[in-house]
Write a protein that binds this ligand. Sequence first.
Ligand SMILES: [Mg+2]
Length: 386
Amino acid sequence: MPSIKSVETVVVQLPTRREHKWAGLTEVIGRYVLVKMTDTDGRVGWGEAPALKDWGGEFGRYYGESAKIVKTVIETYLAPAVIGVDLGNIAELHKRMDAVIRGYPYSKAAVEFGAYDLTGRWLNVPVHVLLGGKSRDRVAVTHSIGLIPVEEARVEAAKLADEGIRTIKVKIGVDPERDVKMVRAVREAAGAQMDICVDANEGYRTPGEAVQTYRRFEDCRIKYFEQPVMGIERISEVARRIDAPVMADESAWNGHDSIQIIAQGQVQIVSIYTTKAGGLYKAMEVGAICRAAGIICNVNGSIETGVGNLANVQLAAAAPAATLSCVIPVSVPAEAQTGQIGGIYYKDDLLVAPMRVEDGAIVVPDGPGMGIDVDLDKIRKYQIEL
Ligand SMILES: [Mg+2]
């Protein structure tokens, strides 16, 4: 039985297509830590921690992880703990990681993706097979419009509709006046057919402010209102008072959070990440808990590079509860870019081939492991020292 032989980290910085920000973000996207994992047969698997130090749970629950923190946690604690674990034994991998250090789900997720990638390559199956099989062949893409000027968003929204994108997420939670203008502009530019959701990233100060602001753009037909304020009880209050379903994101990291959200009986949607839960194995558990409660889900993330994004696509393919379109990038290397902007956040990417998009949806890759090979030259090109 092959086992894990070595775990190394590589920090990269991808060039962005345009600035992408949300309420509370203080870092640039795309400066992330890759994990290169080798097995005793010489195969290589890859993972990624799209860690952001200002991305955490509510009221001090969970902490942000920066690239520097991830590198230290992996090199000092996780790598020595997982060496020798048999390929395919993801349960043992998590047991060892959780025993050696508490928390740090992004660091653990990156290591776990490497182990899944290796296992898939060893067995010659895609990772979604290891997660229980494909619930869907294509993953519809929600394009995220960050905190950019309203006029810029108008141009982008009009273009997205032409490209076949069916759902736009608009970042709000900054200032009610600006937010109302922004949602209106996007609705006007994108047309009546587009699904529009809004994400406040906990930005409103009170549930009342969130409800009042929502009422002002309610006529724009909002598919869901994501994380209006901080706190499970407080988003539940917003959910009780508005018609659009509320989605929990910052409030929903792991299975236990999901149980607490379900117990409040108000939130109707949970956003699953491969990272918040600490890897695919635990993200599938979040999906299973939600499914049992009738909560629907999407897969959402932190604008990963292609390496981490492949894990998003594998999760979105496998998790039965992830029926909504997903805020995951369309990872396309520079040579394959065509001027399309739907789901494109970077000027280049780290994969040898682009993700295939049909009708506004990513076709789930069927290659072994994470599905598409990593481009080693690109990794060298974008590698940085911290
Ligand atoms: Mg969100």
